[in-house]
Design a protein around this ligand. Structure first.
Ligand SMILES: Cc1cc2nc3c(=O)[nH]c(=O)nc-3n(C[C@H](O)[C@H](O)[C@H](O)COP(=O)(O)OP(=O)(O)OC[C@H]3O[C@@H](n4cnc5c(N)ncnc54)[C@H](O)[C@@H]3O)c2cc1C
Length: 472
């Protein structure tokens, strides 16, 4: 185990470790911990928890720090750099035994050569397994297999009482469900066993353009429900501009698509649906499913991905701040909500993709993740970024405006029964969490009392009042 201190230790490695642990990908919240721990085992974490309870400091696990609003920070406390728990092993029964600090890229590099992969992957493979399980995790195959965390068949975790527990559907089932989407509130996950499924050797994606949000949503839901061969389904909202169309569909004419059907600027935004199949599957070869869909005739592109390309993540945007907002929209209010959202957001200048993922709640399993009450839900994920070329004052103004717009979207989303997917920059406070969890809130409070009675874990989520409030 290695420990890096903020005040007594002036070595370059310590300064770097403390600086890393003082910020996250979002670049909105900052807070230096008193020290950073790189554990070698769950036992090291049990020792840390005992000290935290005795001395009264907070502890936050940090997977890769890809949160955007300080969720992995522990100002004045201890940040646990989980990268030191990252051993990956393929084990019997098509499963992966993996340290929670490993990322999806290293997990994939172990299993893809054996023709296996997890049922759902995030779109960026640099996230840690523990960090993803802790938020639930949504990817292109969530419509079929549920949250990414649903592939965990067991978890090893160190609770806020310092107990090292194994949990699964049969052993400590209540904690097992609570840890999936539990936002680090009850325990630090140290290992996970992830069930794997056969991976395709290549993929074939169909990119289809829509002008009408209602038609897009109808086809999104129809495909999500009906097609058993479909492996991935995702949408993008894009400005109706030639450069965007050329980027996503290729240059008009040369790649076989025709701009003739693309409507004029009465439609400022368009929707691009991507349906992905295994390259050898009949639907992918015949493209037969296309005839039932309502996309703009001629506005489509087909793309092949080889085995190696499957394991590549898109590059990460390194802007100074990332005020992301992620909202779960019930189908019944989705079309007007999306129209309004596109009008409110500065879509031409948003800095990152505006993604849409379909979710069928009936295909998700017991977890702490809350979904709106509807039988079809859409995740709207707005990856906003602040322009790095702005001067610091303008940056701060843009950031404040973006955070206020995000809050406004959240208010509108709550009015139609939608919820936050809690990875974004909304900065929810205890009263927002009570509202978010509704009838589940009482049970979560009981779990907190049982597994982290001193409220030392993951203070950056602001879900419960913190350690010192709990003590007084
Ligand atoms: C470029 C990018 C792409 C993304 N793509 C997706 C996507 O496709 N799908 C999706 O669902 N999300 C996505 N996210 C969001 C991401 O899943 C969350 O931000 C996730 O928490 C980040 O993982 P991390 O390992 O960096 O966690 P961190 O940011 O380090 O931690 C997040 C929270 O989880 C807690 N935590 C971390 N590790 C553990 C652990 N082992 N045990 C208990 N608690 C822990 C932390 O204390 C913190 O509260 C993306 C984020 C980025 C920046």
């Amino acid at each position: 185990m290695s420990i890096y201190f903020s005040d007594t230790d002036c070595k370059a490695e310590s300064i770097e470790a403390i600086a890393d642990a003082s910020r996250d990908y979002g670049g909105i919240e900052f807070g230096a911990p008193r020290s950073v721990l790189r554990p070698e085992s769950a036992g090291d974490l049990a020792v840390l928890i005992a000290a935290a309870r005795r001395e009264g400091f907070a502890v936050a696990a940090r997977g890769r720090g890809h949160s955007v609003r300080g969720q992995s920070l522990a100002p004045g406390g201890v940040v646990v750099d989980m990268r030191s728990l990252a051993k990956v092993e393929l084990c019997a029964g098509n499963a992966l035994d993996v340290g929670a600090g490993a990322d999806w890229a290293s997990a994939l590099s172990h299993v893809l050569p054996c023709g296996l992969w997890p049922p759902v992957l995030p779109n960026y493979l640099g996230l840690s397994i523990g960090g993803t399980v802790s938020v639930g995790g949504i990817g292109e195959a969530t419509f079929r297999h549920g949250f990414i965390s649903g592939a965990a068949s067991s978890l090893e975790a160190v609770t806020g009482c310092g107990e090292v527990l194994i949990c699964s559907a049969d052993q400590n089932p209540e904690l097992f469900a609570a840890l999936q989407g539990g936002l680090g509130q009850f325990a630090m996950i140290t290992r996970a066993r992830i069930s794997l499924v056969p991976a395709p050797s290549r993929l074939r994606s169909f990119h289809l353009l829509y002008a009408e949000v209602e038609e897009f949503l109808e086809d999104f839901e129809r495909l999500a429900r009906s097609d058993s061969e479909l492996r991935g389904l995702r949408g993008l909202a894009i400005p109706n501009r030639g450069d965007y169309l050329a980027f996503f569909l290729g240059p008009a004419g040369s790649s076989g698509w025709s701009p003739r059907g693309v409507p004029p600027h009465r439609f400022p935004h368009l929707f691009l649906m991507t349906a992905t199949y295994g390259g050898d599957e009949p639907a992918a070869i015949s493209g037969g499913f296309l005839s039932d869909l309502q996309y703009i005739p001629g506005a489509s592109r087909t793309e092949e991905l080889s085995g190696e390309e499957i394991a590549l993540s898109p590059p990460v945007n390194r802007a100074p701040a990332h005020p992301w907002v992620d909202l779960l929209i019930p189908r019944r209010g989705a079309a007007p909500f999306l129209r309004d959202a596109m009008a409110l957001l500065p879509m031409d200048d948003i800095g990152g993709p505006v993604l849409l993922y379909p979710i069928l709640p009936e295909r998700t399993r017991a977890s702490s993740c809350r979904l709106p009450e509807d039988d079809f839900v859409v995740l709207l994920s707005v990856s906003r970024a602040i322009d790095p070329t702005l001067d610091p004052r303008r940056r701060q103004q843009e950031l404040s405006a973006a955070l206020e717009q995000n809050r406004e979207l959240y208010r509108r989303c709550r009015r139609i029964g939608g919820l936050s997917y809690p990875i974004g920059s909304l900065g929810l406070q205890p009263e927002d969490w009570r509202d978010h969890f509704g009838a589940q809130w009482q049970r979560l409070q009981e779990l907190k009392e049982r597994y982290d009675p001193d409220r030392i874990l993951a203070p950056g989520q602001h879900m419960f009042s913190n350690f010192s409030d709990a003590k007084h």
